[in-house]
Design a protein around this ligand. Sequence first.
Ligand code: ADP
Ligand code: MG
Length: 400
Amino acid sequence: MTFSTLDDAHLAGKRALVRVDFNVPMHDGQVTDDTRLRAAIPTIEKLRAGGAKVILLAHFDRPKGRWVDAMSLAPIAPALAKVLGHRVAFAPDCVGKDAAAAVDAMQAGDVLLLENVRFYPGEEANDPAFAQALAENGDLYVNDAFSAAHRAHASTEGLAHLLPAYAGEQMRLELSALDAALGRPQRPVMGIVGGSKVSTKLDLLRNLVTKLDKLAIGGGMANTFLYAQGHDVGASYCEKDMADTARDIIRLAGQNNCKLFLPLDIVVAEKIAPGAPARVRHLGALDDDERILDAGPETVERLCRAMANSKTLIWNGPLGVFEVPPFDKGTVTAAKYAADLVKAGKLVAVAGGGDTVAALHAAGVADEFTFVSTAGGAFLEWMEGKELPGVAALSKQNKR
Ligand code: ADP
Ligand code: MG
């Protein structure tokens, strides 16, 4: 797919409507993690430098098409101003006369944040009339919210058809990192998929086995695969009704020459509690009350060897219950090993998923990976091989 980027745009004096993701964690009216605000800075700066008027569109939380004061974007304006080092005005509406008045008052280089687009039902319904109302305030549209691109909403998809549309800097960065991991990867390309459930990651597994040379399965979902192969899983978390599906995926992997890595040894304990007595077991009989909570050392070592023999790694889902030590050990060991390969220039490593990002931070290697996507749902849908409506609408081929 090819996109227009801000390098292609005439910006001077233009009103740029920019969709960003400012759905940040808040506590008592304060932003507690400004990662997403910082992610928007390169696009905002580029637009300001080009002499555009920067008009920011965003959603916050889930007001479901109604006005909910507690979900106002108002507190975000000062938080953004601090990160940006420049004044950020706020308009108490995203369409209509309040928005228009605020936009009319702008000079080149000014930054304005409009109120939560999800206060209108037309946003999530991708209502053409609402998209048109948004478009009234812009000469061009910039989408910088990859994390919202799996939704076909008025501000993420509809607007791209009404105004000249551009991919923002963060969007561009994310798309090129993802393309390097799965679109046009350096081979061999390996995946690690963990987490708790097979049932939520079926499409993802089905897509990956057709694209990867190797796939390691870990976490709770590995238990389901072990069970499907006739191994004892004791009292482990396991989706027994997914056994047929797991066998299908094993078959599909074989047909596509994707080598599957399932656990060889496991870490078991009776309960999930910090410092709970943990034992390493080979596959075989488990006690009735034993749970598999992490990958064993042999499994992790084999996984590391497979990474060392790969050029690209894509990772979603921890290998064990990483929130509760010592069951973080497999995930942390593998993550550090991958980070070392990246530092040595031997591996491109891309990871994503809410818990995966948390696990990489806990392991202290999130900044060392080639790219860590904080996009959540959009990242997973992309890993499933789905077309993301917000991205598709930016594509030059898809222009109406
Ligand atoms: P992500 O958010 O990165 O997509 P998931 O939500 O799929 O990842 O999976 C993360 C969860 O999987 C964590 O809460 C972790 O405790 C759980 N998990 C990992 N291994 C096991 C296991 N062996 N048994 C039960 N839960 C597990
Ligand atoms: Mg999760």
